[in-house]
Design a protein around this ligand. Structure first.
Ligand SMILES: O=C(O)CCC(=O)C(=O)O
Length: 301
């Protein structure tokens, strides 16, 4: 797949050495006015298009084969009947996610696979070549619940401590409507090679008591600004205490060379059924290279 797009020339993707240093020390970086007003308008249009076309489907493809899904739905039904609790319903109170929008929406692809973003990610991850892992439109509903404290890495299909997420504000993000909070330097504390998913804040801090002693800071950022965090940086969001949906886009990237760790995350059944643990994640239709030494050379000409 040829991925050389540059329809967002004004994006603030050039980083100063100080910004790179801050990101590496703190585990996150906030960039105000990452997008221009025109760029925000164009992305908002694209988000509307995705919301309309997806009709509630999280992904543009089937995550699981119909037989596995039927089996799991049966199990969930039983479990929920026993617990008298609907887990998905709880999840939707936190946010709704529309994922891998770059695959079925060309305008989203032009943005998410932009080589300028790729170059910035390559600087932050200290890697020559960079692949997209997945993207999300995240919509926290009016009066939605907080996103529990977590790190991203354990949810993903690969282990690579340099992988990161660019989270872009499509509304002014405030303490009132559920902005992100980070624990500075927390990415240096989780030393386990393969941390496990923690389901909630209590579980998370019980597993990492050193993190419970760290302060957190709110990352208030205006519409069009972005927050970039390392996959081992601990973060969460406050609840949305406003009567408006709070919209953001999160795009996650991995250094080229990452290998499959056995977790499905956003990979389709068709893809994982062909993968063995340790295989390189090089599926061009799911995680294409968006920046490589070739681009580096042409950029320096
Ligand atoms: O937007 C949110 O509520 C959560 C975002 C988040 O946790 C992430 O992008 O890793």
């Amino acid at each position: 797949m040829k991925v050389v797009h540059n329809f967002y020339p004004a994006m603030k993707t050039s980083l100063t050495p100080q910004q790179i240093k801050d990101y590496q020390t703190q585990g996150f970086l906030i960039i105000d006015d990452f997008l221009t007003e025109d760029e925000i308008n164009s992305i908002e249009q694209t988000v509307k298009e995705v919301v309309k076309n997806r009709q509630g489907k999280t992904l543009p493809y089937e995550l699981k084969s119909p037989s596995i899904r039927a089996y799991e739905e049966g199990r969930n039904w039983l479990r929920e009947a026993i617990l008298n609790k609907n887990l998905d319903y709880e999840h939707n109170k936190v946010f709704t996610q529309l994922m891998n929008n770059w695959i079925d929406t060309p305008a989203f692809r032009d943005f998410a696979l932009n080589k300028e973003i790729g170059q910035m990610v390559s600087q932050l991850t200290k890697s020559q070549s960079v692949r997209i892992s997945h993207d999300q439109i995240i919509r926290k509903p009016a009066y939605g619940k907080s996103t529990e404290w977590h790190i991203d890495s354990p949810f993903w299909s690969f282990n690579n401590s340099e992988a990161l997420t660019i989270w872009i504000a499509l509304d002014d993000m405030t303490i009132q409507n559920g902005c992100l909070y980070y624990q500075p330097e927390s990415h240096t504390i989780i030393k386990e090679k393969y941390p496990h998913v923690k389901q909630n804040t209590e579980d998370f801090f019980q597993s990492y008591p050193a993190l419970k002693k760290l302060p957190s800071i709110p990352a208030e950022v205006k519409k069009g600004g972005c927050c970039i965090h390392n996959c081992l940086t601990s973060h969460g969001t406050g609840p949305n205490m406003s009567p408006y949906t709070r919209n953001a886009i999160a795009i996650s990237f991995m250094p080229d060379g990452a290998t499959f760790n056995g977790k499905q995350n956003t990979l389709s059944y068709e893809v994982i059924s062909k993968l063995k643990i340790g295989d390189l994640l090089t599926e061009e239709h799911l995680s294409p290279v968006i920046y490589s030494p070739k681009e580096r050379k042409s950029a320096s000409k």
